[in-house]
Design a protein around this ligand. Structure first.
Ligand code: TYM
Length: 325
């Protein structure tokens, strides 16, 4: 199977991005042809600092490598370095009704969040995402729950293209993990953990041990004392239990049992230690790779060449089918 996924290089990448998306990628790359992008063209649809963008791209690359993505097995590349993404997005936008884009939840949320930055790139964001996926004829897209609607739209666009022109694309399906598809904010556990919220609401993959401890200890918990999973009555503790379970590979009932007579603060202390240890390779790899500029740029150059060779061939086919030369 060919797999495609990506992450926007904006602010700090957090443990929700890791548990919802990247963690699945590591297993998938063993048996599939994987293409993982750093989607900078998506990142610029919300307010950003041009001087910071290249640093953010580098940080995403470091995260991919530290998490265990193997640049020999998988293709890792920067979206804007393969021009065909923008070209295909334009072509697909001509077969995408505005009504379909108007229904996208992320567009509605982001327009509310950045009221003076509602640009047409943000509106067309899902078409560019469909282009990313279809440009490689990817069949599966491992993402968190919030991206499911966009992958569904990519399916619709693929189907429409096949009907209108000739059969070209397979309809990609979203791969949503059973656990961790929606990690919640540490400040408000009824809201998704998000890069655009205040730093204490998420754990960045590069946070240092003190920051991690502080954030977990002050994470919002619920009334009562039991460490018990109950999404509606105990959203705070349930979210922390999910993170605990995913980082330790222990089933939630086993963790509940382990903390049966213990307090919230003992549970949080234990989760802090587990998280600090788990994220140690990210901090180490960041230190190491920031000094190896040539090596890092070479990974991206190789990725660009490999991605381009697939994209160019598919793009030529698409142009021909649409009557362009
Ligand atoms: P982005 O950069 O917002 O998020 C990257 C990935 O992290 C997942 N995610 C979460 N998972 C669990 N809990 C959370 N709180 C959480 N927050 C984010 C997202 O679902 C995503 O998988 N549009 C995409 C990037 C993209 C893309 C693509 C993805 C562009 N083109 C093509 C797949 C295929 C995005 O904004 O991701």
């Amino acid at each position: 199977m060919r797999i495609f996924s990506g992450i926007r290089p904006t602010n700090e990448i957090h443990i929700g991005n890791y548990l919802g998306a990247i963690k699945q990628w590591i297993e998938l790359q063993e048996k599939n042809e994987c293409v993982f992008s750093i989607v900078d063209l998506h990142a610029i649809t919300t307010p950003y600092n041009p001087k910071q963008l290249q640093k953010d791209i580098l940080n995403v690359l470091i995260i991919y490598l530290a998490a265990g993505i193997d640049a020999d097995k998988s293709i890792i590349f920067v979206q804007s370095q393969v021009k065909e993404h923008a070209e295909l997005a334009w072509l697909l936008s001509t077969i995408t009704p505005m009504g379909e884009l108007n229904r996208m939840t992320q567009f509605k949320e982001k327009s509310k969040e950045h009221k003076d930055y509602v640009n047409s790139g943000l509106f067309n964001y899902p078409v560019l995402m469909a282009a990313d996926i279809l440009l490689y004829k990817a069949e599966a897209v491992p993402v968190g729950k919030d991206q499911e609607q966009h992958v569904e739209l990519a399916r619709t666009i693929a189907r429409r293209f096949n009907q209108k022109f000739q059969k070209t694309f397979s309809e990609p399906k979203a791969l949503i993990p059973k656990e961790g598809a929606k990690i919640m904010s540490l400040v408000n556990p009824k809201k998704k953990m998000s890069k655009s919220d205040e730093p204490k609401s998420y754990i960045s993959l590069f946070d240092n041990p003190e920051q991690i401890q502080k954030k977990i200890i002050s994470a919002k918990t619920d009334s009562g004392k039991d460490i018990r999973y109950n999404i509606t009555k105990k959203p705070g503790i349930s979210n922390l239990l999910t993170i605990y379970s995913l980082l330790t590979k222990k089933p939630i009932p086993e963790i509940e049992n382990q903390f049966k007579k213990k307090s919230y603060s003992e549970f949080k202390k234990s989760l802090s230690k587990i998280t600090v240890d788990y994220l140690e390779p990210f901090r180490r790899k960041q230190k190491e790779l920031l000094t190896r500029e040539v090596y890092v740029q070479e990974i991206l150059r190789q990725g660009q060449i490999r991605a381009q060779s697939i994209a160019q061939e598919i793009m030529q086919d698409v142009r021909g089918k649409m009557g362009l030369s």
